[in-house]
Design a protein. Structure first.
Length: 651
């Protein structure tokens, strides 16, 4: 890259942002740069000196005239691409541009023009207009809209909603940039956010908030989970920055008695930032502290909680409302602790961001369905509506239980050894040592005995080569070295996979219910089309259509170009899995999907449900298979891929 090779001092983030600002403004002043960058004029001057050095390889001059402003003189085009690609804070990808636009709109009360945004990012107006569609969709999720006028665009909302949006934005990047570092013999939390988010607040605010929290944790001795720390830190970062700009929350004239720990944290913050925190802001900090303190207090000390939200009653509720055939103590304990925390958080108006929500929905559909069922029962019992993030956390607990209790197919093994009984027993013991939970050694035979008997086992493990037999043969040494162990493991995994592949998933496929490129564009008409087919084949009741739509309202089943709609088991007469492929794409809520798996199951497959979902998960995790399904041109091709083979193309 010419720009980076030609300069002796690399262009830093601040320099790049100032260059970008000058380019966008055409001509500007010290005061404007100072205000934009949140830097003193003296610091701005130092950065301008650095920029002078940076642009030396170019036919450019940075003009600084007292009465005429600051601007570039010469051909500025060579600066554009290096700024975008050098990682110095200039949006280079669509995601980065959307983030930049969002942050600009959130922190500006004045109108922002599309032309300004285009110039700031060095892209066309049409590119910005395309990016704005994603920003608009994100805002609509929070019931906030963009206001368009002759002066430009802006977000019109309350201070509280504006802060909620900023909080959501930061939460999305928190997990990627947060880390622990060791200072003075102890671990402290730190975070590095994308440079475009630095426009939301300056780095000094972030560092001082984290430093204040470190001091508070040390003095209060409160035990914060990562989620509680994240929630409080983000709230304080936003609150402090807005207070510094005299942007306050509207007061509701309700006064609460502040906790001693709240007063301690307020004192630390006011001293650190030299600000006075308003009463309404104190109340919100108090909510966070209450949520943490009550987790640590005895149940009898709880003020607002009645018997419904006591530990024992929550555990009892879970045992009677988990729609699982069985459960273990670990699942109940984990869910009880999580649900207690979630109920308190939501009661106090606090939410957490789950970075694994989309993955949980995609890779653990069975667990997520159980979690959704529990979510509905929680709403009925406690009047608390869990959002997708909270539901996904429950799904992770359930998936962990399902993984613990998976019945691994036990392979039957015959051991063949020609070196005598001692060698045979040694080999048998070695196999038991490494595969005791997965393999059942049914017989230990000599080669002669093997010739005289029928092979009913799944694998032959032998010390000699054996040809022309109907089952896999693994040739090993009696000592079973690492290479031998790996051989056995590969064959075992292969056969176990085949056992899953031949499970009831395949029997649920029906050539009549595989549809390729029907003339359908939207979610509801696809669900109606599939429902009608199921009813016409006497596989489902007419109510299946409305049931599937209601399920979509709970939580969209779409992710990564795939959707998995389904309905209540009461409306399924005979279980089936329907496959619909659309190469053009189907609008599914806020996403576009190319493959639809309609899961129509009932109690007839209750015993096989685990193996069905186990194999289905394998398909969902296999991008190669999904791509083959998407590009299939016939039902035969789709069936071949889903059965585990290669597509059979029709000539």
């Amino acid at each position: 890259m010419i720009f980076m090779k030609a300069i002796s001092n690399p262009c830093g983030v601040k320099e790049a942002q100032i260059i970008k600002f000058i380019l966008a403004q055409k001509k500007t002043r010290y005061a404007d740069i100072s205000n934009y960058m949140k830097l003193s004029k003296r610091t701005v001057a130092k950065y301008l000196d650095a920029i002078d050095d940076i642009i030396k390889p170019f036919d450019l001059k940075l003009v600084r005239k007292q009465n005429n402003g600051i601007y570039f003189e010469g051909d500025v085009r060579p600066l554009f691409q290096p700024l975008v690609t050098s990682g110095n804070g200039i949006p280079g990808t669509k995601d980065e541009r959307v983030l930049y636009i969002f942050s600009q709109l959130l922190m500006n009360f004045d109108f922002v023009t599309i032309q300004q945004l285009a110039e700031n990012m060095f892209v066309s107006r049409s590119t910005v207009e395309g990016d704005l569609k994603e920003v608009k969709a994100f805002l609509e999720k929070s019931h906030v809209s963009l206001s368009y006028g002759q002066k430009g665009i802006r977000i019109e909302t309350t201070e509280r909603l504006r802060r909620d949006l900023v909080s959501k934005l930061i939460r999305m990047y928190w997990g990627r940039g947060s880390y622990a570092k060791k200072e003075n013999g102890k671990l402290t939390r730190d975070i590095k956010l994308p440079s475009d988010l630095e426009h939301l607040f300056d780095s000094d605010t972030l560092n001082k908030v984290l430093s204040s929290l470190d001091e508070f944790f040390y003095r209060s001795r409160l035990d914060f989970t990562d989620y509680e720390f994240q929630s409080l830190a983000i709230h304080l970062i936003i609150a402090v920055e807005r207070i510094k700009k005299n942007k306050f929350l509207a007061t509701n004239n309700t006064k609460f008695e502040l906790e001693q720990n709240t007063l301690m944290l307020i004192e630390i913050l006011q001293e650190k930032f030299q600000i006075k925190i308003p009463e309404e802001e104190k109340n919100y900090i108090n909510i966070h502290i209450i949520a943490v303190q009550r987790k640590a207090m005895k149940q009898d000390d709880l003020i607002w909680e009645d018997d419904l939200i006591r530990k024992n009653s929550v555990a009892k509720f879970l045992k009677s409302n988990l729609n699982l055939t069985s459960y273990d103590d670990e699942l109940i304990k984990g869910l009880t602790l999580h649900l207690l925390s979630a109920l308190k958080r939501l009661h106090l108006g606090l939410t957490i961001f789950n970075p694994y929500t989309s993955q949980a929905k995609r890779f653990f559909p069975e667990a997520y369905e159980y979690a959704l069922d529990l979510k509905c029962r929680i709403l009925q019992k406690y009047g608390v509506d869990l959002n997708e993030d909270e539901t996904a956390f429950i799904a992770l607990h359930i998936e962990s239980y399902l993984e613990r209790n998976k019945a691994n197919p036990e392979l039957k093994i015959v051991v063949v050894c020609s070196s005598g009984i001692g060698t045979s027993r040694l080999l048998e013991q070695r196999i038991h040592k490494y595969f005791q939970n997965d393999i059942n050694i049914t017989r230990v035979l000599s080669l002669q005995e093997l010739n005289e008997t029928e092979i009913t086992e799944d694998i032959i493990i032998s010390t000699i080569n054996i040809d022309a037999v109907s089952v896999p043969v693994v040739v090993v040494s009696p000592f079973l070295n690492n290479q031998d162990i790996e051989q056995i493991r590969r064959i075992k995994n292969s056969l176990t996979g085949s056992m899953i592949n031949s499970s009831h998933f395949v029997t649920l496929l029906d050539p009549r219910l595989i549809f390729i490129n029907p003339d359908l564009k939207y979610r509801d008409e696809v669900i109606q089309f599939i429902s009608a087919k199921l009813v016409s084949f006497k596989l489902a009741k007419p109510e299946i259509f409305q049931s599937a739509l209601e399920r979509e309202k709970l939580s969209s089943t779409a992710f990564n170009n795939i959707s998995i709609p389904h309905a209540q088991i009461d409306y399924v007469l005979d279980p089936r899995i329907v496959v619909l492929i659309s190469k053009k794409g189907i609008v599914w809520g806020e996403e576009t999907v190319n493959i639809v798996f309609f899961i129509a199951l009932n109690k007839k497959v209750h015993k096989e449900i685990e193996s069905i979902y186990q194999y289905f998960n394998e398909i969902l995790e296999d991008s190669s298979k999904l791509n083959k399904i998407k590009n299939a041109n016939s039902r035969e091709e789709v069936l071949a891929v889903l059965k585990g083979g290669d597509p059979v193309c029709k000539s």
